[in-house]
Ligand binder design. Structure first.
Ligand SMILES: [Zn+2]
Ligand SMILES: [Zn+2]
Length: 445
């Protein structure tokens, strides 16, 4: 790691971020009022393209429709500089959630998606991806202004469907990465990937984990098939329900078969049956999710789920089938990368804490980028809370909204957090491209 003096760059970034702060807030409010569900982010995509063009990015450097409604844009550094020419990939996810917003904000969403599979659904940016888009657009504007003196390129990735596409559709980071690969975006490949997730910490605090930060995740679909029959004569058919009951109650035994030090969870949250009060249905589907800190444990747990389902179904004369999909690797911040970025986090956070946090069982498919190119994922605080002496969080003052977790109908982000995000993306990009933040390590478990 070199230690080039980039203080003039930092000053320019901070001044530019401050001067566009109101504009970034306006972008955020617009996106927030117009949320779109995973794989339906058409208007959000259009808005992103419009702003990238307004910033001055050349049409030829903007590619749309990548992996669904994804956008990839380049800011080309103009300086010949010294040493290796790098590319930093900055990623923001763009989709909203089927949540009825109850944040109390003046710009709250009233949108309902009538056509979404399984809908109609109310739609809201209850995970803060509106702020992610606005912060990355802000960084694009700041970095575009500095491009002539930057050595290397900035790849802006606006990724759809982070929350997962509807069943049966391709979408999310792995699909976007696949299409980016086909379209030659990784030749030469990025030398660092970076993203930010907003959440319920004090405004301007930056959180990180050393090692695994977000769990590996997958969707599990269990199908138990019997034989449909009139409910008055169950012996003339095969009832799948008792096998379903056994699967639900026995799946918890897996926790006793895997070393207690391994952290994982299995939740079966959705059951679809074909029966009626007077019909024994033919088939039942059970949908759930498996989370684990390492992919190896996921493989082990999957084998156990399959064994239980097949054998419990057979015990009742049914057949059991298990399918796993939407497999997302864990987000891993390798220690070398964390050591490299910590000075940047501290510089951007200023007087606010930079805190090491325990692993989260929530997933984020930014891992598809970080696992390929190295880099880190930062957690930015954006709520009206403060740390107590014990390290817990409490409302910053009486009557403030306090801590509200992501995905809650009451989830909110204080606009004051956005400027931190714009600065964080921009500082990281300049530090990496100019050689102050780098590592050859790629985050693996
Ligand atoms: Zn989310
Ligand atoms: Zn999210």
């Amino acid at each position: 790691m070199t230690d080039t003096d980039l203080s003039a760059y930092y000053k320019s970034i901070d001044e530019a971020a401050s001067s566009i702060a109101d504009e970034v807030i306006e972008w955020r409010h617009h996106i927030h009022k117009n949320p779109e569900l995973s794989n339906r982010e058409a208007k959000t995509e259009e808005f992103i393209i419009e702003q990238l063009k307004n910033i001055g990015i050349d049409d030829a450097d903007i590619t749309t429709g990548v992996g669904g409604h994804g956008v990839v844009a380049f800011i080309r550094g103009g300086s010949d500089g010294e040493g290796e020419k790098r590319t930093v990939l900055l990623r923001a996810d763009t989709d909203a959630l089927p949540v009825k917003e109850d944040s109390g904000e003046s710009f709250a969403s009233k949108v309902v998606d009538n056509d979404y599979p399984g809908g109609p659904f109310p739609v809201a940016h209850a995970c803060g991806h509106d702020t992610h888009v606005a912060m990355l657009l802000g960084a694009a504007k700041v970095l575009f202004g500095l491009r002539d003196s930057i050595h290397g390129d900035i790849m802006l990735v606006f990724q759809p469907a982070e929350e997962g596409p509807p069943p049966g559709e391709d979408g999310g980071a792995d699909y976007m990465v696949e299409q980016m690969q086909e379209q030659g975006f990784f030749d030469p490949k990025p030398t660092m990937a970076f993203g930010i997730h907003i959440g319920p910490g004090p405004i301007g605090t930056i959180g990180y984990s050393r090692g695994v930060q977000n769990a590996a995740s997958e969707t599990v679909k269990i199908t138990i098939t019997g034989e449909q029959v009139h409910a008055s004569t169950p012996w003339q058919g095969i009832d799948p329900m008792p096998a379903v009951g056994d699967v639900l109650s026995n799946i918890g035994q897996i926790y006793r078969q895997v070393d207690v030090k391994e952290r994982f969870s299995i939740s079966l949250g959705h059951i679809v049956d074909q029966g009626r009060f007077n019909i024994v249905g033919n088939q039942v589907e059970i949908w759930g999710t498996v989370r684990s800190v390492t992919s190896a444990v996921v493989e082990d747990v999957n084998a156990r789920i399959t064994r239980y389902v097949e054998n419990l179904a057979a015990a009742h004369g049914c057949t059991g089938k298990v399918e796993f999909f939407d497999q997302i690797p864990p987000v891993v911040n390798s220690p070398e990368w964390i050591d490299a970025v910590l000075p940047v986090y501290k510089r951007v956070a200023g007087d606010n804490p930079v805190a090491e946090l325990p692993v989260s069982m929530g997933y984020d498919d930014v891992s598809e980028f970080i696992a390929r190119f190295g880099g880190v994922y930062a957690l930015l605080g954006g709520q009206d809370v403060v740390f107590t002496e014990k390290g817990t969080l409490e409302p910053s003052k009486e009557g403030s909204r306090g801590l509200v977790p992501n995905h809650s109908p009451k989830f909110y982000v204080n606009d004051a957090a956005l400027e931190y995000g714009v600065r964080l993306h921009s500082h990281i990009a300049v530090d990496h491209l100019m050689g102050n933040v780098q590592s050859d390590e790629v985050g693996v478990e």
